[in-house]
Design a protein around this ligand. Structure first.
Ligand code: NDP
Length: 266
């Protein structure tokens, strides 16, 4: 088994560190070059998964590979989630090298904020294409192996803006609300194959995406945050790690002990 090679030693340390054991699992995390995606890729790898994190540039992909040097297993690959052929190529490359993906994290996303009356059609289409259509493309390509294995985890990074709305983010809110509806439909469609489909909807997280927001916007947004601070990418990654783990399997039986590893849950 290509995936099992060398994994055992990593998972002993990694599983203990994260509390979850993803040894033998192959994960794809889109947009792992920075921000929330980088934190998710790191968490999954520390739990013992082989992680392929993607970036839109060669240099970004190389930087991800560098982070995996040492104990963690995985690498960076260049991917544009708006390009269907590229998506198919990446899933094929991952499958040939490591085995079919067990975990897919649809994280890549962009914003092109402006008031609706000023929004160019391009800004609408780009955000919908990158943040929503990508989820269709990635999942279609990556879920075939999960269906065969009767085990899979599909986790998409949505946003509170999808349910709350936000001034200047109609394109982004539409994409995230679409992602949430899609998630619910897919959970019903493929749940019986042992594949869970979830979305995580962060609030305001400290990344490049929020770095350039005007100060008055930030202040207003923080008014709605009970702890009055921005979230950390690692806090979102922890939620994703749980959803990727055997513990989040919604299995048919209740385990006697907490179900944190594949062995304990099957
Ligand atoms: P960042 O802007 O920090 O990172 C975005 C990531 O997406 C980068 O890795 C980028 O790659 C990648 N990306 C952008 N366009 C494409 C594309 N066409 N194909 C493939 N990858 C692409 O964003 P965050 O970490 O803040 O956000 C990550 C996710 O979380 C997004 O879906 C976002 O909507 C969501 N989110 C963020 C919140 C926040 O407050 N930050 C709040 C709620 C949700 P590259 O580096 O190569 O450009």
């Amino acid at each position: 088994d290509k995936r099992a090679a060398g994994a055992a030693t990593v998972s002993m340390k990694a599983g203990a560190e994260t509390g979850f054991d993803l040894t033998g699992k192959v994960a794809i995390v889109t947009g792992a070059s920075r921000g929330i995606g980088a934190a998710i890729a790191e968490r999954l790898a520390k739990a013992g998964a082989v992680v392929v994190g993607t970036a839109t540039s060669d240099s970004g992909a190389e930087a991800i590979s560098k982070r995996f040097e040492g104990d963690l297993q995985g690498e960076g690959m260049k991917l544009d989630v708006t390009d269907s052929d590229n998506v198919a190529e990446i899933v094929k490359a991952v499958t040939e090298k490591y085995g079919a993906p067990d975990i897919l994290v649809n994280n890549a996303g962009i914003t092109k904020d402006t008031l609706m009356m000023r929004m160019k059609e391009e800004a609408w289409l780009d955000v919908i294409n990158t943040n929503l259509n990508s989820v269709f493309r990635m999942t279609k390509a990556a879920s075939k192996g999960m269906t065969k294995k009767r085990w899979g985890r599909i986790i998409s990074i949505s946003s509170v803006v999808g349910s709350m709305g936000n001034v200047g983010q109609s394109n982004y809110a539409a994409a995230k609300a679409g992602m949430d509806g899609w998630t619910r439909a897919m959970a019903r469609e493929i749940g019986s194959r042992g594949i869970t489909v979830n979305s995580v909807a962060p609030g305001f997280i400290d990344t490049d995406m929020t770095a350039d927001l005007p100060a008055e916007w930030k202040e207003k947004l923080l008014e709605n945050v009970p702890v009055k601070r921005l979230g950390d990418p690692g806090e979102i990654a922890d939620a994703v790690l749980f959803l990727a783990s055997p513990a989040a399997g919604y299995d048919f039986r209740l385990p006697a002990t907490p179900c944190t590893s594949t062995a304990a849950c099957t």
